[in-house]
Unconditional design. Structure first.
Ligand code: ADP
Length: 380
């Protein structure tokens, strides 16, 4: 019993990975994309599960499958860690649908399909929000009416928790210390992006809020915005709340500023002197810098700043831009180390720096597999 199947479903995709936990080797992995998007594509996440099962034929050995690990986006304030799935847990994930209307239904459909495909295998839910359940009340509370907070659950939950947890543990290991001994700022910069302030191994603040829209500028999301903008646009243009929500989530961010949500395109265009791309890059990096300043104040002492995910792992421009002018706070990159391309965990700060600046490739699938086994009482 040494195999774990990890299923990571987005609103229109399923990433899967079958892992041999003895040597952490990938026995199979892939992505089913554009689920439910058009006629002829995979109809829903249950049909997507059939595609995954087809792809695993010949590689998956049911007698050796110890667990199926599921990424679930929203665990509300109910799930503080990985959880063995039963009917009651499915009901609780269903009750949280209003908080994550696109993701939790997709996650649930996939969980149900996997439970019927593997009725004898334990299934574990790993929540994107769980790592942030350690936020103190003053960090997760919005200053809004009590009924909104208590009856409607409006508060900061935070996301990307699996990645922040994995990266913060790896970063502590790179410093040669236990996670409980280290304070750090983790920058997860992918299509979605968020910052996390980690004190002694625990999340104490994070930039995404009740939904993944708040915080940093992202591929297609605006990040922080005056909350009055939505009502203003509704009044001026007659658009519905739903349309405005769509625009802020799907048609804003880098895409709105520079015409592409892919940082590679923005970087290339900025290097060619295109003004819109220059501005997009500056807005993107400045937002990160403001959060670093805020989290330095929140943490007091910071031992490391860690970059991860597609942009964080690959864009030297963004890493340098985000830390520009922070030398007097002990945070800087060595231009030579920063420019070096690599898929490995590495230091990019100069040898004399007070604060380590690190690049740590994230691996949410391994983290989900490890947490799934932890729940079953088998240490990874
Ligand atoms: P997801 O949130 O979908 O998991 P990823 O972590 O894979 O996203 O990040 C995707 C982003 O990473 C893309 O927007 C892409 O622009 C960016 N990216 C990937 N490679 C590079 C690179 N070499 N330089 C700059 N950005 C990159």
């Amino acid at each position: 019993m040494n195999q774990v199947l990890v299923l990571n479903s987005g609103s229109s995709s399923i990433k899967y990975r079958l892992i041999d936990m003895d040597d952490r080797a990938r026995l199979a992995d892939g992505t089913v994309e554009r689920i439910g998007e058009s006629a002829g594509s995979v109809a829903d996440h249950a049909a997507g599960m059939d595609v995954v099962l087809g792809a695993l034929k010949g590689r998956l050995d049911r007698s050796r499958l110890a667990a199926v690990g599921h990424r679930v986006v929203h665990g509300g304030d109910r799930f503080r860690g990985p959880t063995l799935i039963d009917d009651e847990v499915c009901d609780a994930i269903r009750e949280l649908i209003p908080l994550a209307p696109l993701h939790n239904p997709a996650n649930l459909t996939l969980i149900e399909a996997a439970r019927s495909a593997f009725p004898d295998t334990p299934q574990v839910a790993v929540f994107d929000t769980a790592f942030h359940q350690t936020l103190p009340d003053y960090a997760y509370t919005y200053a809004i009416p009590k009924e909104w907070r208590t009856d409607l659950g409006v508060r900061r939950y935070g996301f990307h928790g699996t990645s922040h947890q994995y990266v913060s543990r790896r970063a502590a290991a790179m410093l040669g210390r236990e996670p409980e001994e280290v304070n750090m700022i983790v920058l997860h910069l992918g299509n979605g992006a968020s910052v996390c302030a980690v004190r002694e191994g625990k999340s104490v603040d994070t930039s995404m809020g009740m939904t993944p829209l708040e915080g940093l500028v992202m591929g297609t999301r605006s990040g922080d915005l005056d909350p009055a903008v939505s009502a203003y646009i509704a009044r001026q243009s007659g658009q519905s709340a739903e349309q405005i929500d769509q625009t802020l989530n799907k048609a804003s961010g880098l895409l709105a500023l520079a015409g592409s949500n892919d940082m590679r395109d923005v970087d290339t265009a900025a290097a060619k002197g295109e003004e819109a791309a220059r501005l997009a890059l500056d807005v993107y990096c400045y937002r990160i810098r403001k959060y670093i300043g805020a989290y330095l104040a929140a943490l007091g002492r910071v031992d490391a700043v860690a970059f991860t995910a597609g942009v964080g792992e690959n864009s030297a421009t963004v890493r340098a831009g985000a830390l520009l002018g922070l030398e007097h706070l002990g945070i800087s990159v060595s231009p030579k180390r920063n420019a070096q391309e690599s898929k490995q965990e590495r230091y990019i700060s100069p040898y004399w720096a007070q604060t380590a600046v690190l690049v740590v490739p994230t691996d949410e699938e391994i983290e989900i597999a490890d947490q799934a086994l932890q729940v079953l009482g088998a240490q990874p």
